[in-house]
Design a protein. Structure first.
Lengths: 321, 358
């Protein structure tokens, strides 16, 4: 987004953990990222939302000092990773979307190794490892080998690894995939807590529902570009003239269907959750509900499909088609 | 970027610990020891059985061989150990970088404060130490051959050290290949090809090159034509053979004390395989003898007004070959480490084909 541009030369650099300007990356002829502008402020969780292949992971790799941008400028905690990657690594925690672990190690050995790789002092290591195992609810697995952990537990261990050196900038690539609902809620609470402590957190995902609860801002990416960036509060307040998809469910599906067909609303997907309706404004939707109820259909549920984030996402990618 | 002994130790210890926990090292090392035991045992038995030979040499004198089987046993055993180590070593590191990439564990290491040098050297040391562990298991059998007599401790120490260095070289090259090639199967295969190039390849190249140096030369003795002789010039191509691990091993082993016949004359030893290789390799460094020559016992040279023939045996020992060979091999290893470090450098600008960072 243009609104984020020119921040690198701006005093706001001190307020943002990540500032990216026109960041581009190609692999041969393939342009994975084409001119992304992005800011991730301290004290906030910023969601990086987009379909598979939108360039989220490539951007994350550039932020994590693993790849150089083909073009564009990057500042992480005020430092250019191409110039001083070590300074960036000191303050950055990265959790990749792949679950590469050392299966032969015990859980506590795994964290201890990364504590030492980050040159934590003996005392810090002795304090941080049990503390983090507690945080990610793996304390009782401390002496278990990593390979016995489930996917979700490994995911939590990977998060603990990313946090071992108390980073101020946190890059999480699909952190919630594979997590059970309880772990997901805990992840959300943990990230909120870290943000409240002042960390700049960038979370990528294409599972929109989980981002809606944990993020302050959402940056939408598609085909290697940032297409929009919005405050979550802004997304939650659905505009009166905004078209969103709705879903309706009744005791008697047949009666509901005939009522909908009468109003020319057939052809939507039918799920156990109900009939999906084409995008409408809130006014149009409440009118329809009144009519259907007035026609004697006993409606059980009526509401927008998905979260505001999802609606915004679908609307934004719709525009681009 | 910085590197520190502490960081290298951390990576090496970490890698070594995982290696010991992966696979069936106990079985492999046990099998290795068993092979060594069987081989050494059969070797000592068969050498003892062939000990009753009589040496004949110039002048019809005979010498009853009552020498110890030690030198022969030691030499064959060391060549065997080197051969087995050359088979094992490539596997120790040939997946060290691309294997970690495939498992997705390399990138998590690269984003820590460990430098590419820490990672490369630490991983190499871990692989190398497994090789050294196997080498250490062969020490008791080398000691066995020392007990048989005839070979000094220094000899054993030097040859074992050379094998240790050569294991490191092969490990370094295999690791560099694992950093260069995306698929671990390909890098494994390539590292065996490099080992084969060093052992068989150098031999083939040497003999092919030698055949190209062949010429027909009009041999002149004191200005008179003696006749045409077909000669080749090993002194031009000997260096092709010098990186060969077996050549380095044999040539670097200290020479055994000479054998003396009853009349005090030195007889060339035939019971020392390393010495045999050493002599033939060192002889390559000087031109082939052409024309007639005079042995110490010959009397006709010069007596009938004929020109005096040059002596058949050069009194000057040819220079050793192993410093060149070992020097080349060590440089190869160092170059390989440099390549690995370069390929581990992040942020990466260029990626190998098919490489996924994480």
């Amino acid at each position: 987004m243009i609104e984020d541009a020119q921040l690198i030369d701006h005093p706001t650099l001190a307020e943002n953990g990540i500032v990216a300007e026109g960041v581009t990356r190609s692999f041969g002829d393939v342009w994975a990222v084409r001119g992304m502008d992005l800011v991730v402020p301290y004290g906030q969780v910023t969601a990086l939302v987009g379909p598979n292949g939108a360039g989220k992971t490539t951007l994350m790799l550039m932020l994590a000092t693993l790849l150089t941008p083909t073009a564009g400028r990057l500042r992480i905690a005020g430092v250019d990773p191409a110039v001083d990657p070590v300074a960036v690594r000191r303050v950055t925690g990265w959790m990749p979307d792949t679950l590469g672990m050392y299966d032969q190690l015990k859980v506590h050995e795994y964290l201890e190794f990364f504590a030492e790789a980050h040159r934590l002092s003996k005392a810090d290591k002795a304090r941080a490892v049990p503390e983090l195992l507690n945080t990610v609810r793996l304390y009782e697995y401390g002496k278990a080998p990593v390979h016995v952990l489930s996917r979700g537990q490994k995911q939590r261990l990977a998060l603990a690894r990313a946090l071992i050196h108390r980073p101020r900038v946190l890059l999480l690539d699909e952190p919630a995939s594979g997590l059970d609902p309880r772990s997901r809620i805990e992840l959300r609470d943990l990230l909120r807590r870290l943000a409240a402590d002042g960390a700049a957190i960038l979370v990528s995902s294409h599972i929109l529902s989980e981002l809606a609860e944990m993020a302050d801002r959402a940056v939408f990416v598609s085909a290697g570009q940032v297409v929009a960036s919005r405050e979550m509060t802004e997304l939650a307040a659905v505009g009166a003239d905004q078209l969103i998809a709705w879903r309706i469910r009744a005791r008697d599906p047949k009666a509901l269907e005939s009522a909908l067909v009468e109003r020319g609303l057939s052809g939507g997907a039918v799920t156990p959750a109900g009939f999906e309706l084409p995008p409408m404004t809130e006014d149009q939707a409440s009118d329809l509900l009144a009519e259907v109820v007035g026609a004697g259909v006993r409606v059980l549920a009526f509401g927008p499909v998905g979260t505001p984030l999802e609606s915004a996402y679908l609307a934004l990618t719709e525009e681009r088609r | 970027m910085t590197t520190s002994p502490r960081a290298i130790r951390l990576v090496a210890g970490h890698e070594f610990r995982m290696r010991l926990r992966t696979g069936r090292w106990k079985w492999l090392l046990g099998g290795w020891t068993l092979i060594m035991l069987m081989f050494t045992w059969f070797l000592s038995v068969s050498l003892s059985n062939t000990r009753d030979v009589t040496y004949y040499y110039g002048g019809g004198t005979t010498v009853q061989d009552n020498s110890s089987i030690g030198p022969q046993m030691f030499g064959i055993l060391m060549l065997f150990v080197l051969g087995l180590m050359l088979i094992i070593s490539p596997t120790l590191t040939s997946q060290s970088v691309n294997g970690d990439r495939e498992r997705g564990t390399l990138a998590t290491l690269q984003v820590t404060l460990l430098s590419p040098t820490d990672i490369a050297i630490g991983k190499l040391l871990a692989g190398w130490s497994v090789g050294l562990l196997a080498l250490a298991l062969s020490v008791p059998f080398v000691v066995w051959s020392l007990i048989e007599g005839g070979v000094g401790v220094l000899n054993a120490v030097v040859t074992l050290s050379v094998v240790a260095v050569l294991i490191g070289v092969i490990c370094a090259v295999a690791q560099a290949l694992s950093a260069l090639v995306t698929r671990s199967i390909s890098s494994g295969l390539l590292s065996y090809l490099v080992t084969a190039a060093l052992t068989i390849g150098t031999l083939i190249t040497y003999f092919l090159a030698l055949s190209m140096t062949t010429e027909d030369k009009d041999v002149k003795v004191g200005g008179d034509s003696y006749g045409m002789e077909r000669i080749s010039h090993p002194e031009d191509v000997w260096w092709l053979l010098s990186p060969n691990p077996f050549v380095v091993l044999a040539d670097s082993a200290p020479a055994l004390p000479p054998l003396h016949a009853d009349d005090g004359r030195i007889i060339s030893r035939s019971d020392d395989p390393l010495g045999g290789i050493r002599r033939s390799v060192r002889d390559m460094t000087r031109p082939e003898r052409v024309g007639p020559c005079a042995s110490p016992g010959d009397v006709y040279g010069g007596t009938f007004g004929n020109p005096v023939y040059p002596p058949c045996q050069d009194d000057k020992e040819p220079p050793p070959v192993w410093p060149w060979g070992l020097g080349f091999d060590v440089l190869l290893g160092l170059g390989a480490v440099t390549v690995t470090v370069r390929r581990l450098r992040t942020p990466a600008t260029r990626l190998g084909r098919g490489v996924r960072v994480a």
